[in-house]
Design a protein around this ligand. Sequence first.
Ligand code: PEP
Ligand code: MG
Length: 588
Amino acid sequence: MARKLKGIAAAPGVAIAPVVHFHPTLDHIPTWSVQPGDVAAELRRFQAAAGEVTAGLLTIQKELAGAIDTQDARIYDAQLAILHDQTFQADVEKEVRQHGINLEVALQRVIARYEAVFEAMENAAMRERASDLRDIGRQLVSALMATERGKYTANGQDYLFVADEFLPSDAGLLDREHLRGIVTAHGGKYSHGAILARSLGIPSVVGIEPIMLESVTGALAIVDGDAGVVILDPTPEHRADYERTLREQRAIDRRIAEVRFQPSVTLDGTPVKLQANVEGVRDLDSLETEAIAGIGLFRTEFAFMERRQFPTEEEQVAMYRRAMEGAKGKPVTFRTLDVGGDKPLGYFRMPEERNPVLGWRGVRLTLDWPDILYTQMRAILRASALGHARILLPMVTTRSEIVRCREVLQQLTEDLRANAVPHDREIELGVMVEVPVLVSVLPDLLPLVDFVSVGSNDLVQYLLAVDRDNQRVAKMYDPFHPGVLRVLEQIAIASTAAGKSVSICGEIAGDHWFTPLLVGMGYRELSMAPVFLPRVKLMLRSFTLDECRDLARRAIARPSTALVRKLVQEEIQVRWTRQLGAAEERRS
Ligand code: PEP
Ligand code: MG
């Protein structure tokens, strides 16, 4: 009998294939005692295993380099950092010495201890470390036991990867040619496994009911990565339905490839700038600069978070100049340091906070430590001599924050001018609209800024009072809420009326379901992770401006999130069908 299981939509797309279970665990490992005289030899085994795991991770990273986003490939750097962490190594050694146990058991104990600490943390990014630790543990134990972790294959047949969890090292073992979908019991939309699945373009549902794990290997299942649904043992009707969706998906993919380098305009020619979000200069290497209108969000904090201490002004200048060069003359919007909340900075002491997302973060923090802000703004100003740079302030809540940042900027430009240091004197300063209260005072604040960028990820979390990283309330985090749409429209109207450019740089900018709505509300700039850009462009090219406006008007008037979604889905379906027709015509 068919069973419909609900989970969290982690990576879009549909897949139909047999289930194959993969359950690697750390449970069954050998135990023996280690005499004091043998400890050194035991520790040499650790170094050898760590070397092997390092080589393995570097191989996976290299193998996936062309297939996944460069910023997602950094997940492996995080794992390598754990592996080579001196405290971790010292703790394992201590366990072996003090308890006279073999490395495998020592590792199991240390990892369990660390895991418990990380799992208990409020910060989602830190909780994600627990799965990285488990993954490192598994790889080390496999290396120690010289067990070859077999490839995840189904003997050359198509398959669905089903497991408790999908960990970064698993990505290197997949038979990607035949892998059709990923289903796991654990994980959230932002866990490393989900990020990698999206980057690889594999439909995925996470947080699925445990019953899935009891299913029979070889049983047929459908993964609907858009709806977050898995249908186990589907009926012939389910299959026929989803097979049609699959055919359409392939045809749409062909259309997406066709429009990749075509202009970003609506069906009737209204231009909309599609920009890229980047997290570091490494992301620039894979950027198709011809296809983007610029870098709409450079999240500078990631470069700070990867280091062991604050980068100097010179180091920052070098980084920002590389970004300017990488953008090949197109504008680059540098967001000032947005740490705090879910983005801790290891070398900077932050207080323990009960509600870190409501705490000391973004511009609140940098204004309290003006040295950080001065150095960063000066570095951006110096790099701005190379082209079109803009400065964006995160987490702004009050007028005085903008005024103080303007003062800093003015002092810096005067100083650079006095010292004949080249820079853009007219550099634009913008604010992120992420804190809801800003929306109601926006008309008063707009004269103080040059542009506005909507951080919808945070704005939605604050509007709905739903933690963006809390799996338990993940289903409530829905930006299609009509109240959210009304606020988004209000921002577009106020900014446009004041003659200020306004963009969206949160996840919804890259969600193609949102494209016609945002354009209809008045947004003409969308900034997103580059992987989403081609699909958003196809969607944009499927609607006329009037159709977008009409859809936005009707969606905003809907009384519930479900009704908004239904409406948008219906409208998109009509356009997609048209695109499918175009794809078929071209093929024949
Ligand atoms: C946002 O909040 O939408 C945003 C773009 O910033 P971040 O996701 O980095 O918090
Ligand atoms: Mg934000």
